[in-house]
Design a protein around this ligand. Structure first.
Ligand code: NAG
Ligand code: NAG
Ligand code: NAG
Length: 483
């Protein structure tokens, strides 16, 4: 990379960090600290970097990538850190994917249930290759002086490959010859880091969706290695100050974190290398003796093989407890649990009858004579620790699909979830990836919850969105009746 362009990148990072700062004083203060850390880590990256070394590393990576299929490359040696048992899945009689890869829909309207089953076992039958009914493991492999390409989820690059001159492996989707011809491979900015590193290939979410993807694609995976890293000299690689912020809430030392430039729309991919003599530890979700299935390169089912997410709900309660302990949460053991309603609280995709939904939940609570208290919250307006405190008291979480629902990762293991999801018509015209009925259950992540249901919201002829209130009340009652 040219010196001036490197400086340009640092400035760009500052703009991003400045934009992230908010009006709130405490937040502004922590944003400033994050900003300083950010600048420092950006500087340390650009320190001592020789153009010649970057070029050489990039060339060597490309050579290994192009020989990967014919291969004299040796495989990496994976070590199991922790295993996760298969989740017991209650398959739906109408469609076996429901309950496993897709959540159960609650509706009194049989034609809606039929349409959903037709989707989950018809059109979308092979969307996900993930399967919560498989046992998984978190695994690590060392790679001496190697490189890995990282890309955000919306980048055209869909393959992740890690190698040095003798060893190498795909960590996400293989790259056939046609993929090697793609232009993006010729313009990967290269960062060579003079540290031992640990890379979670799952980290880069889509730009601008930092919070939910840090909770779903980063924190649970990172949790499996934190003990190992805590007192070591190896740094955990992150792409923005947000994951660092989450790790700080666990007391994880900032010296163990290396922030590399975020993957943005303008800069969707990079090559990250460990200097010769340094080790890059790689993380993956493994499937024991049988390899986990993956989708082929450039498959349009972008999120269909996100195996790493399937451990989230199993480690979530441990992370939540660790946050509570580190931050000295005072939790009254006999305080009533909550039914937490996560409101949209933005002008985007407003649900017209959100208030009436709150009343429907309240009616269901009163009718079933339960002690739980109803709490409505605007997650986006609260500090992370405040959100964790409330989610930890939740007995049931209700909310529309969106960033705030990612908080479910930090709920207690006995918590129920009711997610409001849109049918195809309600999601028409939205930017990004919006398969019908899109939910956080997504491929089986939610299957580890004892109760996870979705309820539809629908668009009227004017495009306004309405929650199906009677279905919501049915779902809430169904949950309460089980208690
Ligand atoms: C079921 O829902 C659809 C879509 O909202 C509606 O058109 C239809 O009339 C409903 N059927 C019944 C039996 O209520
Ligand atoms: C590549 O990494 C492997 C695994 O750590 C190591 O055994 C090997 O010596 C490395 N090869 C080179 C050329 O550095
Ligand atoms: C790290 O070292 C400190 C001090 O020796 C020790 O108290 C702590 O338990 C260690 N943490 C981990 C996770 O090993």
């Amino acid at each position: 990379m040219h010196k001036t362009s490197a400086l340009g990148r640092v400035l760009e990072l500052l703009v991003v960090a400045a934009l992230a700062a908010t009006a709130d004083d405490a937040e502004a203060e922590s944003a400033r600290c994050a900003e300083v850390a950010f600048i420092q880590s950006a500087r340390s990256l650009f320190h001592n970097l020789e153009l010649a070394e970057q070029k050489a590393r990039f060339q060597s990576f490309m050579t290994m990538l192009s020989t990967a299929s014919t291969s004299s490359l040796k495989e990496l040696k994976w070590q199991v850190l922790r295993t996760f048992p298969a989740v017991e899945v209650q398959a739906n009689p109408a469609c076996s994917n429901i309950g496993g890869r897709f959540p159960t829909l609650v509706s009194r309207n049989q034609s809606l249930l039929d349409a959903y089953a037709t989707y989950a076992c018809g059109d979308a039958a092979d969307y996900f290759v993930t399967d919560p009914a498989r046992s998984l493991s978190a695994e690590l492999a060392p790679l001496e002086g190697g490189c890995i390409n990282l890309h955000n989820r919306w980048s055209t690059i869909r393959a992740t490959f890690a190698s040095n001159e003798s060893h190498g492996e795909y960590l996400h989707r293989d790259c056939p010859e046609s993929c090697l011809q793609e232009e993006f491979w010729h313009q990967l900015p290269t960062q060579v880091v003079d540290h031992d590193l640990l890379v979670l290939p799952s980290i880069p979410g889509p730009p601008g969706m930092g919070y939910q993807h840090s909770l779903i694609d980063f924190l649970p995976q990172a949790w499996t290695v934190l003990d190992l890293l805590w007192n070591s000299s190896t740094k955990l690689v992150v792409h923005s100050s947000l994951p660092s912020h989450l790790l700080a809430s666990l007391g994880f030392p900032t010296e163990r974190i290396l922030e590399v430039p975020p993957l943005t729309d303008e800069q969707p991919a990079m090559l990250l290398c460990a200097k010769k003599g340094r080790t890059m530890h790689l993380w993956r979700a493994g499937g024991g003796s049988r390899a986990l299935p993956s989708h082929p390169y450039q498959d349009s089912r972008v999120d269909g093989d996100l195996w790493h997410r399937l451990i989230d709900i199993q480690v979530g309660p441990e992370i939540s407890d660790a946050i509570a302990q580190y931050n000295g949460f005072v939790e009254e053991p006999f305080a009533p649990r909550l039914v937490v309603f996560l409101q949209r609280c933005t002008d985007r995709r407003t649900l017209e009858n959100e208030q009436a939904a709150l009343e429907a939940i309240s009616r269901a609570l009163v009718k079933s004579n339960r002690p739980e208290e109803l709490l409505s919250m605007c997650a986006g307006r609260e500090d992370f620790l405040e959100q964790v405190q409330k989610v930890r008291r939740a007995r049931l979480i209700v909310g529309a699909h969106g960033g705030a629902m990612a908080n479910m990762v930090l709920a207690r293991p006995d918590t129920g979830v009711i997610e409001l999801v849109g049918d195809a018509a309600a999601q028409k015209g939205l930017e990004g990836l919006w398969p019908p009925y899109k939910s956080n259950f997504y491929g089986g992540l939610g299957a580890a919850f004892p109760f996870y249901r979705v309820v539809l919201y629908e668009a009227d002829p004017h495009g306004k969105l309405w929650i199906r209130l009677d279905d919501l009340q049915t779902a809430v009652t169904e949950f309460l009746d089980r208690l």
